[in-house]
Design a protein around this ligand. Structure first.
Ligand code: C2E
Ligand code: CA
Ligand code: CA
Length: 697
């Protein structure tokens, strides 16, 4: 006899099979993506369990779909065994095929394990049936059921694990197709197997300890439901994981791009850094070689940047760097690339085809743009820049040479008084080399005494009488020739040599002033320049008073000149020191006033007597309205604060007239005299004191 099928249950059985397969393949597929051993184990056995129970559930739903005209039940032990067979064979099959490179042999072995597992489950499950008759099988159909199971299972595994193009989990489409194929394998095998079964007609009951169909139905429904639940949970988890992974991948990519940009760019100005510049330089160099075209490398260094940073703070310093960077970019336009390579240092690369004349024009534009005032955080800040240029191919054939020579030319521009540009010439040395030589020679000079002081007179505007002298360092070196203090002092400060040097200057100036004070009818005070580093020594006041005692100089004849930034670096400390110096009877003045951006009212809190207006402002009073305005404002404020004012760098009668009109009391400058060696000064004084010669030297 044959039974009849409940079609709804048949459809359900197929659904359960597909669902279970999908879950199982999905879980097993995660094994590849999982890195940790524990998770791999979980996915592998989770997959095997879902597959096995799915096959098992399908089988029993299929059995329920078959209505036989007799009472049937199931043996508990064999039923459990059938499930075990399904789970274990699934584990074996999934383990076999889930390898990074799935070969044909393994695929076939996996298909066999899976297909035979399905058959084993089915026929053990059939053997568990308890009914009043024995089942007979049609041999040909039985073998067909095996063939269906093995081939469809192989196809499913092939779809899920071989055809998948990605190295990780199979794509959804492949997983769905594979689940359908596996569903066909399970159901196809089952219904073919059932078609092979013959149930001879019989009557009677089942064994007493057998499971009733109703129990079976509940069990199967539970198992099926739990598989579906597991599938559902997996699906939700998967969706979550997938979107999480996608987000992760996107942010990773973003971070990567940012990192790339960070490695190649300066964070403050967003300009390329040295690394990127060197890459681009390689490219331009290659192109220039190929086309035999010239190009140039510029080294640009800001002048007086440190002073801004020290007195106005780092945030203004940073803003200045940003503003200076954009001016450089503006000057260069589309002709090249600006990179920031140090605190206030920039490298500029022009493109192939830029000749010497064009480079000179660009550099001139840069210097010009940099000198107009910056307005930063309410402060008007003035700086300038020094530019060194090396040209390909004249000044260097490779990247390194071009950069070193641009640096050397920049150093030359600094030494030539800043705010200008210089082309490289043979014999120029780089800043680093020059510094090393300077340091070595300066140590020698301090030991051997090749340093000297020159004295520049200070004049009263009202009657042209001399009011004092400023001691300025002079160094004539055997090897280096005359070295300007503008070049020397920074090196001395960096190397710490400023302390013995400063001590020597102070001692020498005091001794000279003491000697002169006994010889001249009206003694002249001498001013000495101090570096911030000297002021910061813990026993500086003691040193000064010891030198005064040693040289026998009246403290009223010593004046100390300090820059604004030296005072503003640590105002509280500076105030204590200045007060102690003042108690000694020494006069104090602020040098280079106007370049340090400090507030005059703030400065008044210090016990100072005098302001010296920087010579860069004096130079501009007649043709730069801004310079004129600054000098005017400083004079007015100084008067109201009862501070004495000295205008530095007065070179012409017109400039002196301007100062006189503003009621500036004193001036210094080439108009009267440059700084003179002691003997020259004595001659100058004798001449100056002649009646009628008081006008000019
Ligand atoms: P400073 O204190 O502002 O000195 C004035 C500078 O202006 C001197 O340059 C002087 O020669 C120059 N000068 C004077 N009159 C005129 C003028 O009419 N026109 C122009 N264009 N320049 C004029 P110098 O001697 O090269 O000194 C440069 C700077 O080096 C000084 O600027 C000072 O800051 C520093 N310095 C010089 N000697 C010493 C020293 O013994 N110790 C320290 N710490 N610094 C020193
Ligand atoms: Ca000075
Ligand atoms: Ca000065």
């Amino acid at each position: 006899m044959q039974g009849t099928y409940n079609l709804a249950l048949v459809a359900l059985s197929f659904g359960v099979a597909v669902m279970a397969s999908f879950t199982a393949l999905d879980l097993a597929g995660r094994v590849r993506a999982a890195r940790q051993g524990k998770r791999r184990l979980l996915w592998r056995w989770g997959g095997a369990f879902a597959m096995g129970t799915g096959i098992w559930a399908m089988h029993f739903i299929g059995m329920l779909a078959l209505q036989l005209p007799m009472k049937t039940g199931y043996d508990l032990g064999l039923t459990a065994l059938s499930m075990l067979a399904a789970v274990l064979s699934s584990a074996l099959a999934l383990g076999l095929v889930n390898v990074p490179r799935l070969g044909g042999g393994r695929l076939l072995a996996g298909g066999l394990a899976m297909g035979l597992g399905i058959c084993a489950m089915h026929y053990v499950g059939m053997a568990a049936m308890e009914m009043p008759t024995r089942i007979h099988y049609d041999g040909a159909l039985l073998w067909l059921s095996v063939l269906v199971a093995v081939s469809a299972a192989s196809a499913a595994l092939w779809l899920a694990f071989r055809l998948n193009p990605g190295s990780d989990r199979p794509a959804l489409g492949y997983r769905l197709a594979a689940a359908l194929a596996m569903g066909v394998a399970i159901c196809g095998m089952h219904y073919t197997g059932m078609a092979a079964a013959r149930f001879p007609l019989a009557t009677g009951g089942m064994a007493s300890d057998a499971l009733s169909s109703i129990h079976l139905a509940i069990g199967v429904a539970l198992v099926a439901a739990s598989i579906m639940m597991a599938g559902l949970v997996m699906a939700v988890f998967d969706a979550h994981l997938a979107s999480h992974n996608a987000r992760l991948a996107a942010s990773l990519q973003e971070a990567n791009a940012e990192l790339q940009a960070m490695v190649m760019h300066d964070p403050l100005t967003r300009l390329p850094n040295r690394l990127l510049l060197e890459q681009r330089l390689d490219a331009v160099l290659a192109e220039a070689r190929r086309l035999t075209l010239p190009f140039a490398v510029f080294f640009v260094d800001l002048d007086r940047f440190k002073g801004v940073n020290d007195s106005l703070g780092h945030h203004v310093g940073d803003a200045l760097i940003q503003a200076a960077a954009s001016r450089l970019k503006k000057a260069l336009g589309d002709d090249g690339l600006v990179a920031r390579v140090g605190g206030d240092e920039f490298l500029v690369l022009t493109f192939a085809g830029t000749d010497r004349a064009k480079s000179a024009a660009l550099a001139e534009e840069m210097v010009a743009l940099m000198t107009s005032a910056f307005c930063l955080d309410g402060n008007e800040v003035r700086i300038s820049c020094s530019v060194g240029i090396s040209c390909y191919p004249d000044n260097g054939a490779d990247k390194h040479e071009l950069m070193v020579h641009a640096d050397a030319a920049m150093y030359q521009a600094k030494a030539a008084g800043r705010s200008n540009f210089q082309f490289f010439e043979a014999g120029m040395t780089s800043a680093v080399e020059r510094r090393q030589v300077l340091e070595k020679r300066l140590r020698l000079a301090l030991e051997q005494g090749s340093l000297s002081l020159a004295y520049q007179p200070k004049i009263l505007v009202a009657d042209n009488s001399l009011t004092g002298l400023e001691a300025l360092l002079r160094w004539q070196d055997e090897e280096l020739g005359q070295v300007s203090p503008d070049e020397l002092i920074p090196v001395a400060e960096e190397t710490g040599l400023i302390l013995p040097l400063g001590d020597w200057v102070l001692r020498t100036a005091c001794a000279q002033a003491a000697a002169w004070s006994t010889r001249f009818e009206s003694p002249l005070p001498v001013a000495v320049n101090l570096s911030a580093i000297q002021l910061n020594q813990h026993d500086f006041v003691k040193q000064v008073s010891a030198i005064l005692v040693e040289t026998g100089l009246d403290p009223a004849l010593l004046e100390l000149e300090l820059t604004e930034s030296a005072v503003m670096q640590n105002p509280e400390r500076a105030r204590g020191i200045l007060e102690a110096l003042r108690k000694l009877g020494v006069t104090l003045s602020i040098d280079d006033f106007g370049t340090g951006y400090s507030n005059l009212v703030q400065l008044k809190r210090f016990p100072i007597h005098r302001l010296k207006i920087d010579r860069s402002f004096t130079a501009g009073v007649l043709n730069d309205p801004q310079d004129a305005a600054i000098v005017q404002a400083v004079m007015a404020l100084a008067h109201s604060l009862k501070l004495d004012v000295v205008a530095e760098g007065v070179e012409t009668e017109d400039q002196l007239d301007f100062i006189r009109a503003l009621q500036g009391q004193q001036y210094q400058g080439y108009l009267c005299s440059k700084a003179l060696a002691p003997l020259e000064l004595e001659a100058f004084l004798a001449d100056w004191q002649q009646p009628g010669r008081r006008k000019r030297a």
